[in-house]
Design a protein around this ligand. Sequence first.
Ligand SMILES: [Zn+2]
Ligand SMILES: [Zn+2]
Length: 134
Amino acid sequence: MSVLLGSCLCSKVSFECNDEFEQFHLCHCIQCQKVTGSAHASNLFTSPQNIKWLTGLEFVKRFDVPGRTISTAFCTECGSAVPYLSLSGEALIFPAGSLDSTATLMPQDNIFCSEKAKWYDDALKAIQFNEFPE
Ligand SMILES: [Zn+2]
Ligand SMILES: [Zn+2]
């Protein structure tokens, strides 16, 4: 089983985990839109003990959305999303972008699609460039 590395944008927070994920959901709920500043969260689920923090744990801040089962954690220096334990404590959730390499498990579904950003379907059809267009 291979080991994956992860980090935040400023690199103060870093961690590793085994490439052992059971679920991969793209969540389109309104709270995930706020948390990510984008169309959806991309969350990989693994067992609670599958992480080894390497650096910067003191920079990790957790936020639990009042009245909801949604939480998030982020680097207090750069704001990047980092792994966190679910409120139930039964799963460790990795924002896919926090990993520095690609997990074997691919996305399984899109959830909370009734709350999907109005612009998302058009985004999937938009022209693609490999850099800023001329
Ligand atoms: Zn950071
Ligand atoms: Zn969500």
